[in-house]
Design a protein around this ligand. Structure first.
Ligand code: ZN
Length: 96
């Protein structure tokens, strides 16, 4: 029913050739920090979207002993962080 969106056109186009994105390959930087989750082969490096969770958070999702703790933090890869986030979605809505 809304006709407004169809006529709106964004003219923000970056001219090709000057952008550095095309030359940078995704595999350029290998991961260095392995994901802390035991049955995961991912990498928790920052440039790969990794995150660090607290031990309590990790236990809630994966259970005790199913991950490696580093300096009281659990390094998780991007996909594991997504799993954790999904698992904790309900808690986030009802914060007090
Ligand atoms: Zn992982």
């Amino acid at each position: 029913m809304s006709r407004r969106t169809s006529s709106v056109q964004r003219k923000v186009r970056i001219p090709s050739g000057k952008s550095k994105k095309s030359s940078a390959k995704k595999e350029a930087k290998p991961g260095e920090i392995p994901c802390g989750i035991a049955d995961c082969d991912g990498f928790a490096d920052k440039h790969m979207g990794g995150r660090s969770l607290s031990q309590e958070n990790a236990i809630d999702t994966w259970g005790e002993g199913a991950f490696t703790v580093r300096k009281n933090r659990v390094r998780v890869c991007k996909s594991c962080y997504k799993i954790w986030k999904k698992d904790n979605k309900d808690d986030m809505n009802s914060h007090y």
